[in-house]
Every structure is written in structure tokens, then in C-alpha cells.
Design a protein around this ligand. Structure first.
Ligand SMILES: [Zn+2]
Length: 149
């Protein structure tokens, strides 16, 4: 279970709708105890897919930012620093799927990290329609978790 506030959700929706038709992304800071997570702060980040901000590995791949996202290492480090200052942890990542379901892609699964929650917002025709959250099990497959707000 991941607990957000209505204003956290609003920040995520606004970021997702503003980025449409590209995917948006961001970082969730909060506290985790067992499988329960409480979000305290939402950090919106740039979608660095296919930009100079990310390792060569990712650059010039055919998929566009309408179908892929990545968070620049610089933004992750900044979020980590902020989390430490506020005695929080990075508890998850959010991103949007545009004109697509809030279900992780195979690419999302491959690049996901254990213990993080992955919130996905689906945006259809520029309007956020649905939000779901996912985490990895021991076999590196996604399981859906409840989002409360
Ligand atoms: Zn995705």
C-alpha cells in the first residue's frame, strides 16, 4: 500500500498532463515500513530519455519520449540529497503512460529497482484518467499495490 495526499496526486496529474503526449516522470520521497509506504514529498523531474543528460547507452534509441522515460542521474542524486536532509527516503518513482493503460511495460520491468513503488498515471488525450502503483516481487515481476489518497 502506498499513501499519498490529494495534493500529491494533483502534482502528479498536473505534471503528466503538462508533458502529454510525452511521458512524464518524478520521484517520491517518504517513509516505508514493511510493505506500507507513506509519501511525504513529490519531486517532478524532466524526462531525460533521448537527451544528453543520460548515459550513451540510452541515446538515439528509436523509441521517443512518448513511449519511454528516464530520470537523469543528476536529478536522482539531488533527490537523494534532499531526502537525507529531510530524514526521508526515496520510496518510489512515478511516470505516465500516454494513451495507454497504467500497467508497466516490459521495459519498465527490466529497469525497475527492488523496494521502490512504481506509480503509473495513464493520460488519455491530455487528461489523467487512472493511477496505479506497482512493486517488484522476488522474481522481478510487478505486483499491483493499493494507492490511497
Ligand atoms: Zn512505463
Amino acid at each position: 500500500m502506498i499513501q499519498l495526499t490529494p495534493s500529491h496526486l494533483q502534482i502528479i496529474y498536473n505534471h503528466a498532463e503538462g508533458a502529454y503526449p510525452e511521458e512524464c516522470c518524478g520521484i517520491l520521497l517518504g517513509v516505508a515500513s514493511g510493505s506500507n509506504k507513506e509519501c511525504v514529498k513529490v519531486i517532478t523531474t524532466e524526462n531525460a530519455w533521448n537527451t544528453q543528460d543520460i548515459p550513451d547507452l540510452f541515446i538515439n534509441q528509436e523509441a521517443s519520449r512518448n513511449r519511454r522515460y528516464t530520470i537523469a542521474p543528476r536529478d536522482l542524486m539531488e533527490a537523494q540529497k534532499q531526502a537525507r536532509q529531510d530524514s526521508l527516503n526515496i520510496i518510489g518513482i512515478f511516470h505516465s503512460h500516454t494513451d495507454n493503460l497504467a500497467v508497466p511495460s516490459e521495459f519498465d520491468r527490466e529497469y525497475a529497482w527492488q523496494s521502490y513503488s512504481y506509480i503509473i498515471v495513464s493520460v488519455y488525450e491530455g487528461k489523467a484518467r487512472d493511477v496505479k502503483s506497482w512493486y517488484l516481487d522476488e522474481t522481478h515481476h510487478f505486483i499491483e499495490e493499493v494507492v490511497r489518497y
